[in-house]
Design a protein around this ligand. Structure first.
Ligand code: SF4
Ligand code: SF4
Length: 298
């Protein structure tokens, strides 16, 4: 891309709660300033812009990045934007962009909306593009999963694509540089996890949320505990389990409990055998470390 020309960004909202817009707008001042100085946000439905989405379509305006928030449906009665279904809108706009980024779990895989039985064709972006339109893109669709996606993931992705033109993606279409680790990595409760000291209830600073509260940190690809939310916190730091919002199967049922069979969790940390997990747990539980069983602050 020419250095003297700011790449144009268009943000489209399909079937969404606007959570990713809220997340993006809560990026810290420095990052938002950098974004606005480096990109030309030509359209966002929640912000005042010089042009409408209808004009963009009618005047066949081209841009560089199409960011889509929300799930896609071809059912106009269910949801429409300027007279188009999200499916029609997506397949028109994709012809005008170089890069297509699904922002959030609904845009990536259909998310919560795909669970509704009233409209069975609700999907993520990758599954909603016609084959012809999927192949005209200069780069595979980037899935920024999360409910919502962290503002820093959005900004980093835009800069990586602007500066290098490509990103390595994992098998679920997520940028490897952002989703290689687990939410468990960097969690301040790791020592409690190792010694099997369980949290007594939500909101406490002490204890691990895995065994009783359904924490998905050891199975969820995300860097939440490394790139903190609002620069200060994460769910697990606040005493709320990770609910696995960056994974393909989100949202699952019974997200805040650990399903067990004869006292053994049905799911154990990623790629750890149940046997290894049980052996380690058995040994760790025999040690009662005083410090880990006390309040951190009295
Ligand atoms: S609270 Fe969750 S993320 Fe943190 S150590 Fe326990 S299992 Fe891992
Ligand atoms: S901690 Fe887990 S549930 Fe929370 S935002 Fe990160 S990946 Fe999603």
């Amino acid at each position: 891309m020419k250095k003297d020309k700011k790449p144009k960004v268009l943000w489209l909202q399909a079937i969404t709660c606007n959570g990713n817009t809220h997340s993006f707008l809560s990026a810290n001042n420095n990052r938002m300033r950098l974004f606005l100085n480096s990109f030309d946000l030509i359209y966002h439905p929640s912000l005042t812009t010089d042009i409408t989405i209808k004009e963009i379509i009618e005047k066949k305006i081209n841009f560089d990045f199409l960011l889509v928030e929300g799930a896609i449906s071809s059912n106009k009665e269910f949801f429409s934007i300027s007279g188009y279904s999200p499916y029609e809108m997506l397949n028109i706009l994709v012809k005008r962009t170089k890069y297509l980024i699904a922002v959030g779990s609904c845009a990536s895989y259909g998310g919560l909306h795909a669970k509704f039985e009233q409209n069975s064709d609700i999907q993520g972006i990758g599954d909603s593009l016609s084959a012809e339109n999927l192949y005209i893109l200069k780069h595979p669709v980037v899935n920024l999963t999360g409910c919502p996606a962290h503002p820093e993931w959005i900004i980093q992705t835009l800069f990586s694509l602007k500066d290098y033109g490509k990103m390595a993606l994992d098998e679920k279409g997520r940028p490897k540089e952002l989703y290689y680790g687990l939410a468990h990595h960097g969690c301040t409760r790791n020592e409690y996890f190792e010694w099997k000291v369980e949290v007594k209830h939500f909101g406490l600073k002490e204890g691990c949320l895995f065994y009783e509260q359904g924490c998905r940190g050891p199975m969820t690809h995300s860097n939440c505990n490394k790139i903190l939310w609002n620069d200060v916190s994460t769910k697990t730091r606040a005493g709320m389990p990770c609910i696995g919002c960056t994974e393909f199967d989100f949202p699952r049922e019974n997200m805040l409990e650990t399903k067990k069979n004869i006292g053994i969790p049905n799911e154990v940390p990623l790629e750890v055998s149940k046997r290894a997990y049980l052996s380690l747990t058995g040994v760790a539980k025999t040690f009662k470390i005083g410090r880990l069983n006390k309040k951190l602050i009295d």
